[in-house]
Design a protein around this ligand. Sequence first.
Ligand SMILES: Cc1cc2nc3c(=O)[nH]c(=O)nc-3n(C[C@H](O)[C@H](O)[C@H](O)COP(=O)(O)OP(=O)(O)OC[C@H]3O[C@@H](n4cnc5c(N)ncnc54)[C@H](O)[C@@H]3O)c2cc1C
Length: 378
Amino acid sequence: MEVIVTQTVEYIEKSRCTGCGACVNACPGGSVTMKADEEGFPYPSVDSSACNNCGNCVTCCPVINPPTIPENQEAPQVYAAWTIDEETRYNSTSGGIFTELAKAVLQQNGYVAGARYNDRHLVEHAMIDRSEDIALLRQSKYVQSETKDIYRQIEAVLKKGNPVLFVGTPCQCAGLKVFLQKPYDNLILCDFICRGVNSPMVYLKYLDDLESEYGSRIKLVWFKNKTFGWNRFCTKIIFEDGQEYLGGRDTDPFMFGYIKKDLNLYMRPSCGQCEFKGVKRPVDITLGDFWGIRLRESSDDTDCGVSMLMLHSERGQKVFDRIKPYLHYEKHMLAELVPFNTCLLNCAKQSEMRDIFWKNMLNDRFTDVMENMKTTGE
Ligand SMILES: Cc1cc2nc3c(=O)[nH]c(=O)nc-3n(C[C@H](O)[C@H](O)[C@H](O)COP(=O)(O)OP(=O)(O)OC[C@H]3O[C@@H](n4cnc5c(N)ncnc54)[C@H](O)[C@@H]3O)c2cc1C
């Protein structure tokens, strides 16, 4: 069994580590850092010569010490919703609810932390305090984001008393909550239904192949672009010389290996046994795609994107009440969501093809490996 040492006497199995980075943020002496493994996923690494065995990394690990869900938490209120701002809706992955939540928090002298692309197109968490920067955090990026020192940044702002909206995977939200060690009334925690995060290394290889094919550097990556509609989402890549790539949800090699036929070829191992799923959650709001939605009160074109919004707390309800004037929304039943969005409750399992993929990846280009897998199944 491969283990990750998070303290001289404590460990978790590597396959359970989500890479949320709470341990890195919790280490007072900087002896815990994230290092990429051979699949390109970040895992904590301890410099034992600098470690003073304080145990903070263990205390703040959400796998070892999962955050508790209040016993009196009721079943969540479920809404189908989308912003009335058509441009925001088009530019968002689902119905653009994240943007409306962010605007509401920023208006109150608040901060918003979410995932953005860096200048290498890798994904990392960052905090903003200006509405002009919301677009940096908007849209789903189907790659693991590095949290760096975001939990510490958030703690500093929370202590000053400003409101903070944090959006991240369920394991990152759990990581932040455990890192903080105490509740803050000015924190709004928002996770999403999460299929799982992919390897940054595979993603970079995919981008490299596209740059070689098009002979130009990539300027912008846009997953789940709505050129052909929300249901037939595609990946849009814009190159520096103005060329554009549009890969269909069933044909783009990166999306194929992620979602098609439940391949999950380069998803983080912990996602295949995610410990942060369920209906009741230790967050205020859960977002998602309301796949399969049948609107009752509106004849709006759902193919522009409809968000699923789940409210778990009074704080979540309050911020939802504030953004209601900027939304179309209608209440729905949880039972309408579950059949079309299995990742709310279930993990996307690692497929048997995963080992074959990684063996071939060592010798071949990503695109060639995927082409073979599409045509021959290997
Ligand atoms: C890796 C991943 C898997 C997902 N799987 C599902 C699923 O199976 N079913 C489902 O219904 N919905 C899933 N979602 C959520 C969905 O894609 C939308 O993000 C969500 O519905 C919110 O959409 P929106 O239009 O309101 O906001 P958007 O503007 O699309 O906002 C997306 C928010 O997610 C944050 N974010 C983006 N990428 C990452 C990342 N890599 N890590 C952490 N935070 C990130 C952004 O900062 C932003 O706050 C997933 C999202 C991601 C990132």
